[in-house]
Design a protein around this ligand. Structure first.
Ligand code: CA2
Length: 145
């Protein structure tokens, strides 16, 4: 059975509690539940992690090698700043899908830059919580049988 790591970065633990106009009313535990349901349908295993710490995200990326077959990463604001996360993705040699709730290209110019996109197999942005389900489908299709 394929295994996919879903990794969430800083402040995503606040989803549903603040700025619902920007990020919606769905909480991260609700998104996790949606992912568990989708994983059942797709017959895959998932791990779902959130951290506010860059080093912890990097440790999780390193730890995915030999454990998971692919990674879905919403790195939050580290997307736009972290060469260290970009290097970790390159080092782990697993397919990574970059994921965002919001359409980062329709927002402030500083969100248009992604250090992750060049080392990702693809990017999903702008579909809110449904993006997580789309990313699972995309990763399963990417991994094949
Ligand atoms: O759209 C996304 O998924 C983002 O990765 C979310 C990040 C943002 O920095 C990226 O540019 C795009 C921010 C996550 C912050 O989440 C909050 C949720 C509720 C209240 C405050 C922040």
């Amino acid at each position: 059975m394929k295994s996919i790591l879903i990794l969430n970065g800083p402040n995503l633990n606040l989803l549903g509690s603040r700025q619902p106009n920007v990020y919606g009313a769905t909480t991260l535990p609700q998104i996790q539940e949606n992912c568990v349901e989708k994983a059942d349908i797709l017959n895959i295993k998932i791990d779902f992690i959130q951290s506010n710490h860059e080093g912890a995200l990097i440790d999780a990326l390193h730890g995915a090698k030999g454990v998971h077959d692919g990674i879905i990463l919403n790195a939050g604001a580290y997307t736009h700043t972290s060469i260290a996360i970009m290097d970790a993705i390159s080092s782990v040699e697993l397919p990574v899908i970059e994921l965002h709730l919001s359409n980062i290209h329709a927002r402030e110019p500083f969100r248009h830059k992604s250090f992750i996109a060049p080392v990702a197999v693809g990017v999903i942005a702008g579909f809110g919580p449904h993006g997580y389900v789309l990313a699972l489908e995309a990763m399963v299709a990417h991994l094949g049988q």
